[in-house]
Design a protein around this ligand. Sequence first.
Ligand code: BEZ
Length: 241
Amino acid sequence: MENCECNCNETVPMPRIGDKAPSFTAVTTQGEIKFPEQYAGSWVILFSHPADFTPVCTSEFMTFASLEGKFAKANCKLVGLSVDGLFSHIAWLRTIREKIEYRGMKDVEVKFPLIEDITMSVAKKYGMIQPGESSTKAVRAVFFIDPKGIIRAMVYYPLSTGRNFDELYRALIAMQTADAFSCATPADWRPGDPVIVPPPGSCGLAKDRMADRSEGIVCHDWFFCTKAISAETINDKLLKK
Ligand code: BEZ
């Protein structure tokens, strides 16, 4: 007879883009948090790592902690998670601060909350346990959650591959730019590059736009029109002073 105690066949639906971020209360290195409710009004990046005291995760934490101020200026808070316990988290973060020097980073203090999730209850809600990769560790997941608590983007990487934090920041600013300026952003876009108008899925008549040069719109064809927005305009609108 099948052993059902472990819920072996339990399938937890994966969160999807456009879903409300699943709610939970958790113990973290910065005290208890109610997620995502207490982050209302801010963007938040919820990310998981496989295990404390491992090298790729250490390099990622040092990098993310060094960039925390840059994300904060873009109204984005950071929250980490692994299926380790609180005392392991505290000891690991202390080791990072006191002992590790890596790529010019040292004395790195991780000030954002790191969730303890020994029961894996949060990790399972967010599809961070992917048994084909590991059934005992979270994969490297990243959830971008907007100020209304909606999941706007997700990235999943395997255990072996450290994430690119410049890309996470670029994607955050691209989504904020899309919201603030009703546009989309093309491949490899960075602030200062032309944006795409109107955004895909909108009812704008691009054919009419082809004839309209007044807004500085350039059309490569009827379905592909771009418009300049300076990096300064974007920074003024999105970034805290
Ligand atoms: C690491 O962070 O180095 C790591 C963690 C779990 C499995 C493999 C690598």
